[in-house]
Write a protein that binds this ligand. Structure first.
Ligand code: FAD
Length: 439
């Protein structure tokens, strides 16, 4: 199985939490040594680790300081990078279709094209699922991409500035934020927003009085927030959020959204000038009908225990866009960065085995638990250990494990010495920069 160059062609589509780790490993092990041609295709020029997006949205993280350039990563690690958005697949010809690349004015930069592969790995992640609720697309902000997170931050800052320059909010609920979805993303965003509202007034936006003008409401359909954590931790988090001034509404199913706020099934109306939807995920729409590959109701590609798609051994899928049965559990492996990380490691070994003519490896997901950070206020979570089952952690220990997930991602991309250097540099950088991005 080789292309015209005589080398096995490996194409990874999507350079996110899973895909970038995978292509970096394959580049180092195969591409650099000339054993295969390794190519990454992504619709963006840069990578930002998605679990940091709520910090970008809140302005507590400057994306330009933490993002990674794909071209540079490719150059240093033995793979090629091609900018483009995958839109289709021809399994017989073993080619993917890539949409024309346009500039910011809509003019065509690169025409629609095809790229051949011998092994294809699809790692295109997920997008927010609006479940067809009327008004969500038009009136809510999402945190699916870096651009969306940045737009959220710019809008929030503009709203604060406007209110400040007018001596306070001009309309009812102008500075109210409603977040739909009480999972980790919604909870973490709520805590971050509380922190920045305090910081902004401390930096001089005195005309805004947080207790009077600002309201943050978290709306969740289930009876409690944080379904992935034990009930007592969800309860502790609810109390902590409420102490911060966040209103937590559970058992409230959103029925529609308009420009005044959020309406729920019980008849409640949550007035909010800014509305964020973080209530669940689905796979990008183009996967639902990808040249006969099997997909589920969320549009995820169904894979077997080697992470190969059920109808085509040449096509693997990993991360949020893959539906992979969780052995010994009901349902699938959850859409989390730790799952994408583990799947990337497994598929890296499988693809190297394929190049040698050997069989792919089986994937077994190890759940190391879930952690939720309330910024500097608290971190809670449960860690899964084989010996002790689930262990609840809070405070400094939880914070350490929370940070270690990102460090593991960085180590996979840069290696230990560079990550140590970056960590020290970051400590110095944070010491001299404001806690929030102000422009
Ligand atoms: C705000 C937020 C907080 C989160 N916090 C946590 C957390 O604390 N812990 C945790 O475990 N998980 C967390 N998650 C979930 C986690 O981010 C995802 O599970 C993880 O990023 C999935 O990795 P992935 O590689 O499948 O996809 P992603 O990391 O989303 O990467 C997908 C990549 O594919 C590219 N792409 C998409 N479509 C195309 C296309 N058609 N053609 C080419 N390229 C394409 C994108 O540009 C992107 O680079 C969080 C998610 C969000 C949004």
């Amino acid at each position: 199985m080789t292309g015209s160059s005589g080398k096995h062609r490996i194409v990874v589509v999507g350079g996110g939490a899973g895909g970038l780790e995978l292509v970096t490993r394959l580049g180092r092990k195969l591409g650099r040594k000339g054993r295969a041609e390794v190519t990454l295709v992504d619709r963006a020029w840069t990578h930002m680790w998605k679990p940091l997006l709520h910090e970008v949205a809140a302005g507590t993280l400057d994306v330009h300081e933490d993002e990674l350039e794909y071209l540079a990563q490719a150059h240093h690690n033995g793979f090629r990078f091609r900018l483009g958005r995958m839109i289709g697949l021809d399994r017989e010809a073993r080619e993917i279709a890539i949409a024309a690349t346009l500039d910011e004015h809509g003019a065509e930069l690169i025409p629609e094209r095809r790229l051949g592969y011998d092994t294809l790995v699809i790692a295109v992640g997920s997008v927010s699922n609006d479940f067809g609720v009327p008004g969500v697309r038009e009136h809510c902000l999402f945190l699916d991409t870096t651009e969306q997170a940045e737009r959220f931050q710019e809008r929030l800052l503009a709203t604060y500035l406007k209110a400040h320059s007018h001596g306070g909010p001009q309309q009812h609920a102008q500075l109210h934020v409603a977040i739909v979805g009480g999972g980790a993303t919604g909870v973490e965003l709520a805590a971050q927003l509380y922190a920045i509202s305090r910081a902004l007034t401390a930096y001089g936006l005195h005309e805004i009085v947080p207790e009077r003008d600002i309201a943050i409401t978290l709306v969740e359909a289930a009876p409690r927030i944080l379904p992935a954590l034990p009930a007592h931790l969800a309860e502790a988090t609810t109390k902590q959020l409420e102490r911060l001034g966040v209103k937590v509404m559970t058992g409230e199913q959103v029925t529609s959204v308009d420009d005044t706020g959020i309406h729920t099934k019980s008849g409640a109306h949550v007035p909010a000038g800014t509305r964020v939807w973080a209530a669940g995920i689905r796979a990008p729409a183009f996967l639902a009908d990808l040249d006969g590959l099997e997909s589920n109701r969320l549009g995820q590609l169904v894979v077997n225990d080697t992470l190969q798609t059920t109808h085509d051994d040449n096509v693997f899928a990993i991360g949020d866009c893959a539906a992979c049965a969780w052995s010994g559990h009901e349902g699938n492996v959850p859409p989390r960065a730790q799952a994408a990380h583990q799947q990337a490691s497994c598929v890296a070994r499988s693809v190297m085995a394929r190049v040698r003519g050997e069989s792919p490896r089986r994937f077994v997901y190890s759940d190391y638990g879930s952690l939720v950070s309330l910024g500097r206020y608290s971190t809670v979570g449960s860690l899964m250990g084989n010996l002790f089952g689930s262990v609840s952690v809070e405070g400094a220990v939880a914070r350490l494990f929370y940070l270690s997930l990102y460090k593991m991602h960085q180590v996979a991309l840069f290696g230990v010495p560079r990550v140590a250097f970056l960590t020290v540099a970051n400590i110095f950088r944070r010491a001299v920069h404001p806690r929030i991005k102000l422009h």
